[in-house]
Design a protein around this ligand. Sequence first.
Ligand code: GDP
Ligand code: MG
Length: 274
Amino acid sequence: MKSKSGFISVIGRPNVGKSTLINKIVGEKVNIISAKPQTTRNKINAIYTEERGQIIFIDTPGIHRARNELDKYMLKQAYESLKEIDLIIFMVDGTSPFGGGDRFINEQIKSLDTAVIVVMNKIDKLNSKLLQDRLENYKKNTGREVIPIAAATGKNISNLLDEVFAHLPEGPQYYPSDMFTDQIERFIVAELIREKIFNLTREEIPYGVAVLVEEMKERDKGKLLIRANIYVEKKSHKGMIIGKKGSMLKEIGKRSRRDIEKLLQTEVYLDLWV
Ligand code: GDP
Ligand code: MG
């Protein structure tokens, strides 16, 4: 049997059980990271490997209505990542009927070419009559087949995995079985930079700041090049972070680099943009 592999994103309203499902499939490791706040602004990969192949879960920033520029940016990021993946698992919550939040997401993913599996979670809370009603309700409103599961108990997850592997293309094992991310490294680096901004500015700035590591690659003599962008909500914040003649940004960079080098045990060239 040829090995399959692909990138999957689990999307859906908050609290439908997305993290629970990924944790159930992959194991407990992802927990450490997803327990932190702000992870929704970062891509995190969790990786599941078995005989049939490898699934790489991409945690997209989340599709929800944009209230400000930063949200809009993140929404765009979410779309961009959804375009690049092989399969979307659209998760809904069986304990309530199809609602506005589901409708919004359903509309957004209609225009994508990416394959979609709709999964109705929390069926452990439903009696058989309600289960049938809700399945019908979600089928009708999403226009797709719906797979019932209970992520928390693991019920029907093997069916879901069958369905997932049926959709995935043949492909190589992208990552070693014991590695569950390369994004997590990026995530931690971004968090280290955010922390420096927080410590150095002591303003309201941190709440409107997102850091994205755009590139991490090995350069000559094993030196690691890291390119990171700092996104701010207000124009005035940009000046504060850059500082007089760039002094603040320089200090943020210096302190970040020191911590990153300690973490990754390698020399780092850090390129920061605001
Ligand atoms: P996320 O925001 O979509 O990532 O949702 P979480 O995975 O954090 O789960 C939200 C809540 O739903 C938590 O309290 C979970 O324990 C609960 N939950 C998740 N899956 C199930 C399930 O299959 N059955 C029940 N009854 N609760 C669940
Ligand atoms: Mg979650």
